[in-house]
Design a protein around this ligand. Structure first.
Ligand SMILES: Nc1ncnc2c1ncn2[C@@H]1O[C@H](COP(=O)(O)OP(=O)(O)OP(=O)(O)O)[C@@H](O)[C@H]1O
Ligand SMILES: [Mg+2]
Length: 241
């Protein structure tokens, strides 16, 4: 369907002989947020890394706005329009904030407002204040903002956020949440990996739940919210960690 930003069909991934992602299928509609949920080790990061081509052994199809990217190299996939904010942020700690942003710049997309450094600083004023600071010397929250800003500099058509709230204080989690909501209001399609169920319930339109590498739920976020048994079985205690 033309309104699918991402269509994942029968995605499988292996680390050596270990078959960690098994026949995962779901769709992300254009302009929506899909929450990818599951316990530690369920395969969430493997899933988003597979979408980027970052897992060496994988099978299945990944279509970005109708075009298959499943067999492309990671760099080509990011040029086509999938941007990843990896778990643990992985910013370049020995580069400044500004340098981290500039190295990630990719051409703009037709029909979409282009990201540039000023627009990132408007989204995260704190990064403007710290633009000459070495990224590794910043707080965890600031590094997360930088990681999101860096991914946006690539003008992604789909943004993958792998646990953006992990390890952050509640006030900073709320700030990152507001930023994600703002990005959505500007039309950004997002896959949000979250262990903080509250954050996911607040932000997402739809949800996918993985349990030991298999998709046990794909549907609306409302149906997750109302299904205590589904939450208890697959996500643990309501409210996250
Ligand atoms: N590089 C790797 N080599 C071998 N096994 C791996 C590798 N990375 C992850 N795994 C295994 O694959 C499975 C899925 O891991 P993954 O990191 O995708 O889970 P996750 O849902 O992101 O967990 P978390 O919530 O802790 O981030 C786990 O059993 C993990 O131990
Ligand atoms: Mg993970």
């Amino acid at each position: 369907m033309a309104s699918d930003a991402l269509a994942i069909e029968g995605l499988n991934a292996w680390y050596g002989d270990s078959h960690v992602l098994q026949d995962v299928s779901f769709r992300l509609r254009d302009g929506e947020i899909l929450a990818l949920l599951g316990r530690n080790g369920a395969g969430k990061s493997t899933c988003v890394m597979s979408l980027m081509g970052l897992v060496a052994r994988r099978a299945g199809d990944v279509r970005l706005f109708g075009e298959s990217v499943a067999r492309l190299a990671p760099e080509t996939i990011s040029r086509r329009g999938i941007g990843l904010v990896p778990q643990g942020r992985r910013i370049f700690s020995t580069l400044t904030v500004r340098e981290n942003l500039l190295v990630a710049k990719l051409p703009p997309r037709a029909g979409r407002a282009a990201w540039n450094i000023e627009r990132i600083y408007d989204l995260f004023p704190r990064l403007r204040e710290r633009e000459r600071q070495l990224a590794g010397s910043m707080s965890g929250g600031e590094q997360q903002m930088l990681a999101i800003g860096r991914a946006l500099m690539g003008n992604p058509r789909v943004l993958l956020l792998d646990e953006p709230s992990e390890g952050l204080a509640p006030l900073i989690v709320a700030e990152v949440g507001r930023t994600i909501a703002r990005l959505k209001s500007e039309g950004q399609s997002i896959v949000l990996v979250e262990q903080n169920l509250r954050v996911a319930l607040d932000l997402a339109d739809s949800a996918v739940i993985l349990t030991t590498g298999r998709c046990v739920y794909a549907g609306s976020i409302e149906d997750v919210r109302d299904n205590e048994a589904l939450i208890a079985q697959n996500l643990g205690v309501f409210g996250g960690h």
